[in-house]
Design a protein around this ligand. Structure first.
Ligand code: SAH
Length: 345
């Protein structure tokens, strides 16, 4: 990979030593990229000019460019559209919570998982992001807002476990004490449920939060809204979640987007309660966000309350996701779609 910002210290050292320079230059370079979040060799004042010129030729850097910034008048949530070096567009969201600022990042350009209610997947996956392009979203937002980001959720467009190595590299770089030093406990990785990768991730024993997009309680119902359910059954997913808990001792989050008339019946709540009873987990209910291309509607408040009440009877901790940025199309992939349509793609 000829892309320098995705490299760890060891890999940077190999380049620097190959140039016949002193090893400590690699650490300086790493700190420019990941601590100071500077991706322009011209600004790296403590590196010799000759070295900077050489790096600029061998390892050109393409920073992410902010093409749109929308601030919610309701809660101050900011939605960003970034242009990548090859002109593809991705989106990220900056949210302010009492416990700190959080950024929701994309892991791919588009997505090919095909969930019926999701705008990111409508035109499929364009490409994976590089680890640096995942980091770049966080760095650009910290610099733009001049505020520290303490939590990261990989819940934007894309399936972060599809190319697990990329996500693992991202995690190790964001976690690096010489860089942003954001610990696993402050990072959530959300997956539609790719069983083999979930197992591999469990074996890494990282202290991250794993969120599983369940959204249905029978295989038949899940298949109707999530094509991945044709590949892995709910029983397999549950086994895999138990394995993850065994390996990491971390609580799993089950995401469940409530779609009126589809998965919000009392029987669904009872089945979900039975499925998760006694497990180290919690349920995060998400009123489905309406997207232009589909006519799924969010469940009414009374049905949501009933759903929560039933889950409580099974002792399953449940939260209802707060809706942030309702006025700026903050849900998965909506803003990007509007932008690329406007651009005429
Ligand atoms: N591919 C990963 C991460 C990206 S999606 C995954 O599937 O988990 C992040 C979460 O948003 C998932 O739970 C997804 O199902 C949910 N989601 C996508 N579109 C949505 C919508 N229109 N309304 C509510 N939730 C949605």
């Amino acid at each position: 990979m000829n892309e320098i910002v995705s490299l760890d210290l060891k890999e940077l050292e190999a380049i620097i030593l190959g140039y016949g320079e002193s090893k400590f230059r690699a650490k300086q370079l790493f700190e420019w990229f990941h601590k100071k979040m500077v991706w322009d060799y011209n600004e790296m004042s403590n590196l010799p000019l000759k070295l900077r010129e050489r790096l600029a030729v061998d390892y050109p850097i393409m920073p992410l460019r902010i093409v749109e910034r929308l601030t919610s008048q309701i809660d101050g949530t900011i939605k960003y559209l970034f242009e990548l070096g090859d002109s593809h567009i991705i989106e990220s969201v900056f949210m302010r919570y009492k416990h700190g600022n959080s950024v929701c990042i994309s892991s791919q350009v588009g997505c090919r998982m095909g969930c019926k209610f999701c705008a990111s997947t409508i035109e499929g996956r364009v490409r994976n992001l590089l680890p640096s392009e995942m980091l770049g979203q966080i760095y650009a937002i910290q610099k733009d807002t001049n505020e520290r980001v303490s939590n990261i959720v990989i819940m934007g467009s894309g399936e972060p476990l599809e190319e697990l190595d990329i996500t693992l590299k991202f995690l190790s770089l964001i976690n690096d004490p010489m860089g942003q030093n954001i610990g696993g406990r402050h990072i959530t990785v959300s997956t539609c449920g790719l069983v083999p990768q979930m197992r591999r991730l469990a074996d890494e024993k990282l202290q991250i939060n794993l969120a599983l997009s369940l959204h249905a309680t029978t295989d038949e119902k899940r298949k109707a809204i999530m094509p991945i359910a044709n590949k892995y059954s709910i029983a397999e997913l549950m086994d895999t979640c138990q394995y993850f808990i065994k390996q990491t001792n971390r609580r799993i989050t089950f995401e469940y987007s409530l779609i009126e008339g589809e998965n919000d019946h009392e029987e669904d709540a009872h089945r979900l309660g039975k499925l998760l009873k006694g497990m180290l987990c919690h349920v995060n209910l998400i009123p489905v966000n309406k997207i232009e291309e589909r006519n799924y509607k969010s469940s009414q408040t009374s049905r949501i309350e009933r759903f929560i009440h039933i889950l409580e009877q099974y002792g399953v901790p449940t939260t209802l996701r707060r809706t942030l940025g309702a006025d700026i199309e903050a849900a998965c992939g909506q803003l990007r779609r509007r932008y690329i349509k406007k651009r005429g793609e």
